[in-house]
Design a protein. Structure first.
Length: 299
């Protein structure tokens, strides 16, 4: 089945969508990149071009491959026009359950009947998404990691009703992209966030309770556990609002208070201190500087 797949539609041209479109296009697939915002589509194409230039300057790709990759991508602001010829759709729109259910209902009506509909969600139930469509056996999670062109892992998530052949096709498709797929089942947080988020939350609790300062917590995990980045810096990178909402999904999904977000995390999110994207979280971010400076609130 995977040999016949050539046309992919990617919904959402943000951080993840542009990376997903990039890796498919670079591996010879024809990609339609869809977003409600033309500005986002233009930004995504500029980002893909910049990232291809970086690969070119490192000697990882040729100029010819760069051009082929860019030619393989077309953009579209209409969802129905964008998915009508797709063999696989990868949805990477904003992480909002109501929005994703609406998108899946709509694409289920217009995408070809044998088209597989995948979602890149970090935390929303694949089974719930599948239930709003008439093809629950063809709904699956394809959880790429950020930055997509660099990170090897794709968590492939089976919903309750996902057909085994569909899973096999998606696993093979990941391999064609040079990725390493890991198959998991659909329970809150899947594997990646079920393990990562409690660790991040525990790091925030350690700060909140005064066990250690920001730099000390991150240094212990970097040097002691060989993590490339400390958990507080990683939380800033992911976005504190995203961490907060995934912890709520774990807490609600398992009905277990052990996943409740640390009150310090809740306060920071309520105050708009969301990490790198807002300019400040546990660290302070200055445009153009790569220096890691602890936020003065924690000094
Ligand atoms: N950012 C990460 O590190 C990361 C990692 C893994 C998975 N994810 C998941 O990937 C998905 C996208 O995250 P992101 O960080 O790229 O978000 P983002 O905010 O950067 O991009 C989302 C894009 O979706 C578009 N969009 C919103 N509604 C739409 C609609 N109805 N139709 C088409 N496009 C629409 C927005 O205009 C925006 O361009 C989420 O489900 C998120 O949980 C994110």
């Amino acid at each position: 089945m995977v040999q016949t797949i050539q046309t992919i539609s990617v919904i959402g041209a943000g951080t993840m969508g542009n990376g997903i479109a990039h890796v498919f296009a670079q591996n010879g697939f024809k990609v339609t990149l869809i977003d409600v915002s033309q500005t986002q589509l233009d930004k995504a194409l500029a980002t893909i071009s910049k990232n291809l230039d970086r690969q070119l300057s490192k000697g990882n790709i040729t100029e010819e491959l760069k051009q082929t990759c860019l030619q393989n991508i077309t953009t579209q602001t209409s969802l129905s026009a964008g998915v009508k010829n797709a063999q696989v759709v990868v949805e990477a729109a904003t992480e909002n359950e109501a929005l994703k259910l609406k998108i899946f209902k709509e694409i289920d009506e217009v995408a070809p009947v044998d088209c597989i509909l995948a979602t890149n969600t970090s935390s929303i139930s694949i089974t719930k998404i599948a239930a709003v469509t008439k093809r629950p056996a063809q709904i699956i999670g394809m959880h790429f990691m950020n930055p997509v062109p660099v990170m090897k892992l794709v968590e492939v998530i089976n919903g309750y009703a996902t057909n085994k052949k569909v899973t096999q096709t998606i696993v093979e498709l990941c391999k064609k992209l040079g990725k390493i797929p890991c198959e998991v089942n659909d329970y809150p947080g899947f594997i990646a966030n079920r393990i990562l988020m409690p660790m991040i939350n525990e790091a925030i609790y350690s700060l909140y309770e005064g066990v250690a300062d920001v730099e000390e917590i991150d240094t212990v995990m970097k040097l002691g556990m060989a993590h490339p980045m400390g958990p507080l810096q990683l939380a800033d990178f992911i976005g504190l609002d995203v961490c907060h909402s995934i912890l709520k999904v774990l807490q609600d999904g398992f009905g277990n208070p052990k996943y409740a977000p640390c009150p310090l995390l809740s306060n920071m999110v309520a105050a708009g201190f969301l990490g790198a994207k807002s300019g400040e979280g546990f660290y302070k971010y200055v445009a153009g500087s790569k220096e890691l400076v602890v936020s003065e609130r924690f000094v």
